[in-house]
Write a protein that binds this ligand. Sequence first.
Ligand code: AMP
Ligand code: MG
Length: 479
Amino acid sequence: MKFSNLKLTTPYLKLAPLFYEKVEPTPLHKPFIISTSQSAATLLGVDEDLALDEVLLAIVNGERKLEGSETFAMCYAGHQFTEFSGRLGDGRVLNLGKVNGQNLQLKGAGLTLYSRLGDGRAVLRSSIREYLMSEAMFGLGIVTSRALALIGSQTDVRREHLEKGAIVLRLSPTWVRFGTFEYLNAYGEHDKLKVLADYVIDESFPYLKGCEDMYLKMYTEIVKNTATTLAKWQSVGFNHGVMNTDNMSIDGRTIDYGPFAFLDDYDPNFVCNETDKQGMYSFSSQPKAARWNLDMLARVLSPILDYELSEEVLDDLYWSTYTKSCSEIMYKKMGLQTKQDEDKELLEALLRALASASIDYTEFFRKLSRFSGDKSEILASCVRRESLDAWLDRYSIRLEKEVLSESERHKKMLAVNPKYVLKNHILQEAIEKAEEHDFGMVNELLKVALAPFDEHPELEHLCKATPMDSKNIKLSCSS
Ligand code: AMP
Ligand code: MG
């Protein structure tokens, strides 16, 4: 299938006009394609090479439309750092419509009714980050929105200094957010809550349609999906940075990549977002922040779903789903196939040892995936060795209870412990090159992002150690 032959539908526009604004994109000046993800394109059934596709460029730049496409911005509200922010909405995103179960969006395509004081634009720097990170999270097996194309331009966009505007074509099976429900509730549109819930069930949970207690079951799915995604974030050391309810997808997928980071040295208190002075969304606070957001969702759903019932679901299922998923993943990362009573304590001891060792989280697990009793290689990467040294002794004894051979264990561990995660210092290097019109590194990063468990010997420079002065740095929200 050719990209230009896609036929879109716009089911969201069947909802009442208060859900969206129909608005035309504002094209960028002198646009050019920087990168395309063939992997994301296959989600649309597109199999042609898009790297030089003029039609794709014209569509992403809003100069041309696919058949059936109508452009619109979605309206939503949100709690930002626990404060209600009122109406937000897509201030710089335009929806194009839907095909093959994927809703297409252009991020950075111009002003909408919801732009408030913003300019409707996204700068190259933040667009590279969102584009690559969407594909990287997919590569890591984490449910996420995807990115199909990144275009650059000669349009000046003012942030702290002048930068260039860019647009990402991103895809998701849903763009409904917790904040979409909050918007309806806050503005007294209680009859529309049911309309939106029915839409969400159609779009994201069709198997619930017509069930008894349909809305409670919908909420249950949202709780379980969110808990599972959070377990995956924690297991790869991902810090999202802006877990406001407007950035929480209704189907639990990761969306809206801003000042995110992967942990360098393992530090549970790490905060990647410079504006998050209290550490509300610090690495270790993420699971409880997600639970807070789910509670907020339950409250705004209360006109159509008894709050006590949804709270019961949240209490019963959130932490239990999270903990189960987290330990399953972490035991796999540790290469433990059999279940032993001591494993929970062994994992807790590992996290304590990692925190005390000041060792890179990703590098540690990759090295552990080749551990055969010789501790020196791992310990050489630690600042403080004692606790990890002792832990490795304990781990060696624990491994004796395993049934797999060492090489089989290594193989399994290498398939779950990534070699490549997109560290900010590497992204920054790619951004600086891209700002000089060299996009080679963006495309190299896309390759490792999509296959992070493979070795890619020719791309080793993309997983080089974080320089001391770039370790666990905070990023600004400017984008
Ligand atoms: P974010 O922090 O990217 O999740 O954005 C929060 C809200 O601000 C959303 O409603 C965005 O659409 C809006 N927003 C962020 N940047 C801009 C911009 N440059 N122009 C218009 N709206 C923006
Ligand atoms: Mg957002």
